[in-house]
Design a protein around this ligand. Structure first.
Ligand SMILES: Nc1ncnc2c1ncn2[C@@H]1O[C@H](COP(=O)(O)OP(=O)(O)OP(=O)(O)O)[C@@H](O)[C@H]1O
Length: 237
């Protein structure tokens, strides 16, 4: 019972993939409740697939996944997955985060509008509210997408590379918001190539070729030996 309360997601011997191709091979791991968990690994190691399984978008082909969340997960996709041609503003993008509560055709309430404003303010995109998403820089667009995820007020927030490739200011802004959400009781899971972001997480899952290489506190998982073994890096920068 105690274990169940402390664990948000339990993966047991999990296999998953696309069509006939298996990407995740027998992963047994846990994501603690509250706080930030970083999912780390080289390109193609299965990080996004793991997030998709956690989101319920990809079904396991073997083993099990157990989530102990009351609400529908909030998912923040990679910003490259959002078309430049999408004719919506930052404010509309963030307001879509409230659709899970109202449905797309229902009017948003005053509380919804307040949450949308607050989330834009937290991510520093209030000034960009009327701008079209497609005309923003990568960092601005990413902050708008994280604001949308936050606006869903889920107890499980899943993000695919929210800080990878951004400048220091955007990375710091997003990391601070995720840290705060985790401290406030949200279970935050982010797939990332940003080793600084991974090191400041509370928990870390390290994937290599669809298998779990290690899990635990980031400092014990992202050791120079593990990084050298998996990426061939001489040391953590
Ligand atoms: N929708 C899909 N259909 C078929 N194969 C897919 C799909 N998405 C991912 N894959 C394959 O699954 C494998 C793992 O991909 P995944 O995106 O989960 O890895 P990743 O660790 O997130 O990689 P990256 O760091 O490059 O984002 C890759 O071989 C990829 O080609």
């Amino acid at each position: 019972m105690e274990q169940r309360d402390e664990t948000a997601i339990t993966l047991h011997g999990l296999f998953a993939g696309y069509g006939r191709g298996t990407v995740l091979h027998g992963i047994t791991a846990r994501v603690p409740r509250s706080g930030v968990t970083a999912v780390v690994g080289p390109n193609g190691s299965g990080k996004s697939t793991l997030l998709s399984v956690a989101a319920g978008v990809v079904a396991p082909t073997g083993g099990s996944v157990r989530r102990s969340h009351a609400r529908r997960p909030a998912v923040v996709v990679q910003r490259s997955a959002v078309s430049d041609a999408l004719p919506i503003t930052v404010e509309e993008t963030v307001a879509m985060g409230r659709w899970a509560h109202r449905g797309p055709w229902r009017r948003l309430t005053k509380r919804d509008h307040r949450i949308v404003m607050e989330c834009m303010a937290h991510l520093g995109v209030l000034d960009l509210a009327p701008r079209r998403l497609g005309e923003l820089s990568g960092g601005q667009r990413q902050r708008a997408l994280v604001a949308q995820g936050l606006a869903q007020e889920s107890d499980l927030l899943l993000l695919d590379e929210p800080t990878t490739g951004l400048d220091a200011e955007a990375r710091e802004r997003i990391s601070a918001v995720l840290d705060r959400a985790g401290a406030d009781g949200t279970t935050v899971v982010q797939a990332t190539h940003d080793l600084e972001a991974a090191m400041r997480a509370d928990h870390c899952l390290l994937l290599a070729e669809g298998r779990l290489a290690a899990q635990g506190a980031p400092a014990s998982v992202l050791t120079p030996a593990a990084l050298a073994g998996i990426w061939g890096l001489p040391r953590l920068r």
